[in-house]
Design a protein around this ligand. Structure first.
Ligand code: ADP
Ligand code: MG
Length: 563
């Protein structure tokens, strides 16, 4: 019904709006990118739905975005001929935030503007960024396939509520009208807008049109304005690598990933042969807040012969690479491919294998070419990569090279030691890679198990993440050498022990034999054995797990799972 309703924003929207307006002020022009990005998504969706039902075009086959500025009224409008929204969709999409975990995320806000503005980078700003420059936003939209009388008008001042009412709209699609704030007049200026469109939207596949400037002196200005495309309007991944500038790759990332920080790196490839496809894979520079949420969206944007098919196609990458964003455009898949078909198609399995390798190669390249960026990647996503050896046994060697740990070599909990670095520093005669698992870096660092290693100058990896024990249960060797938990079983220090050492140890063992017997008596059922050890140099005794025993972290994980 046409009735006008006033509705309140979801609490999270209010918080997000507040945060956005205050923290993105120095970066306010991004609103245009976000609105053009949405318009382009809407055109993609219409093109896809029209594959099945071309009556949706309803005599208006052009998919485009039009930008019209009105300096007299200080308004800016962005119109698209895309899919449009129903009344319910307007309420759902422009009044709430669908992402799970949002409340939890916003609960982390500190009130400290600097910190909070970094947080927002993990969120993606989207439509609500309009309120950075506008004091009132109007959305007039008509869903493709509905009648001219079924359009919807949404209006809000961004102050906590919005209204919706049913209106008439001649053309399908969405128009967003920004009533610019008095001091944001620059965004109604032709040259400023053209620059922004070229800067942010060249890579968008639909044309972004603006009115042709009118320079005529003698002729009258034409009654209906003529429009021209301002952006290049060519899908970026279809261009050749050498033609695309870094800034263009970065802008495209922001469109695809709904992120607004630059990616760390990317890999753009055209594959020809049995299967033909183009992929453009990006490594984000920060983890999304919902990286560990089961329902979080993940996967690539799938296109078939340049037609958008779906977002979040998760079948092309394994779970431990779920943070990778990007596009895959296949020449072989059918245009009406579904998620179910993707799951069963053996071609997808082989594409997944190839794309996984691409990502692993991209990461190892980054590790050698830019240690600082690699460290950023590791700090953000290392814990996810650690799921790799368990999930993807075939690639475990490649993944192992990407791992980074804290170790006794360093003096902080920064995980920056690669296994290859470790091997390069191994002592003469050392045959194993030693590691220690503990709850925290401090516990690990002060563990009595490390005494003998310190004395001998042997490096030990310090593993303190929840997932480490799981990781080590799937990582048995590296570079032909096995791993040894220094807290488990007999300690084999290989050839690093001299003959004299061994004799001295046997001698010492004989001398304390009596005490060992008495301890066994005393501790009885509490331990399975008492042994003389040479792993300690300062502490008198320590508890050691039997080889094959579950470690402390694993015990906790199993206990938490109710086992
Ligand atoms: P995102 O683009 O990341 O989903 P936004 O805040 O930018 O988030 O947009 C929220 C939602 O509103 C979109 O997912 C879409 O469903 C809807 N929407 C926004 N702009 C348009 C538009 N021009 N046409 C159709 N739907 C739109
Ligand atoms: Mg968006």
């Amino acid at each position: 019904d046409a009735q006008k309703e006033t509705l309140g924003f979801q609490t999270e929207v209010k918080q997000l709006l507040h945060l956005m307006i205050h923290s993105l002020y120095s970066n306010k022009e991004i609103f245009l990118r976000e609105l053009i990005s949405n318009a382009s998504d809407a055109c993609d969706k219409l093109r896809y739905e029209a594959l099945e039902n071309d009556s949706l075009y309803d005599g208006q086959p052009d998919l485009q975005v039009k930008i019209v500025a009105d300096t007299d009224n200080n308004t800016l409008s962005i119109s698209d001929s895309g899919i449009g929204m129903t009344r319910q969709e307007v309420i759902d999409h422009l009044g709430t935030i669908a992402k799970s975990g949002t409340a939890e995320f916003l609960g982390k806000l500190t009130g400290d503007q600097k910190k909070d503005s970094q947080l927002i980078g993990q969120f993606g700003v989207g439509f609500y960024s309009s309120f950075i420059v506008a004091d009132e936003v109007e959305v007039i939209t008509r869903k493709a396939g509905s009648t001219t009388a079924e359009a919807v008008r949404w209006v809000s001042k961004g102050d906590g509520q919005f209204t919706v009412e049913t209106v008439e709209k001649a053309e399908r699609g969405t128009t967003i009208i920004l009533h610019l704030k008095a001091d944001e007049k620059e965004f109604a200026e032709d040259y400023r807008l053209r620059n922004l469109i070229r800067k942010y939207s060249d890579h968008i596949a639909v044309p972004v049109l603006m009115e042709k400037p009118f320079y005529g002196k003698d002729e009258e200005k034409p009654a209906t304005p003529e429009f021209e495309a301002v952006n290049e309007a060519k899908a970026l991944w279809t261009r050749s690598r050498t033609d695309v500038k870094d800034e263009e790759y970065q802008e495209f990332y922001k469109h695809v990933a709904h992120d607004f920080t630059d990616p760390l790196t990317w890999s753009h490839n055209k594959v020809e042969g049995k299967l033909e496809y183009t992929s453009l894979l990006y490594l984000p520079s920060r983890a999304p807040f919902d990286l560990y949420h089961r329902e979080a969206s993940r996967g690539l944007k799938l296109y078939v012969q340049r037609v958008f098919i779906m977002d979040d196609a998760e079948q092309f990458l394994p779970l431990y690479l779920r943070f990778i964003k990007g596009v895959v455009d296949s020449n072989d898949l059918s245009l009406n491919v579904s998620r179910e078909i993707l799951q069963q198609d053996p071609n997808i399995t082989s594409m997944k294998g190839a794309l996984t390798k691409r990502v692993l190669d991209m990461l190892s390249k980054l590790a050698t070419s830019d240690a600082e960026k690699y460290q950023t990647f590791w700090n953000e996503f290392g814990n996810v990569i650690k799921e790799g050896p368990g999930e993807d046994y075939a690639n475990r060697e490649k993944i192992a090279k990407l791992l980074r740990f804290a170790s006794t070599q360093g003096d902080s909990d920064v995980q920056n030691v690669g296994l290859a670095d470790y091997v390069a520093r191994m002592k003469e005669g050392q045959t194993k890679l030693y590691y220690l698992v503990a709850d925290s870096y401090n516990t690990a660092k002060n563990s009595p198990h490390l005494e003998i290693f310190r004395k001998k100058g042997i490096e030990v990896l310090l593993l303190t993440d929840r997932i480490d024990e799981w990781l080590m249960s799937h990582l048995t060797e590296f570079d032909g050498k096995s791993f040894q938990d220094v807290a488990k079983g007999e300690l084999d220090l290989g050839e690093t022990e001299s003959e004299e050492d061994k004799q001295a140890q046997e001698e010492a063992a004989k001398q304390v034999q009596g005490m060992v017997e008495r301890s066994k008596e005393l501790l009885k059922e509490q331990v399975s054995d008492v042994r003389v050890t040479h792993r300690l140099t300062d502490s008198p005794a320590c508890v050691v797990l039997t080889e094959g025993d579950m470690g402390e972290q694993m015990r906790q994980i199993m206990a938490a799972a109710g086992q």
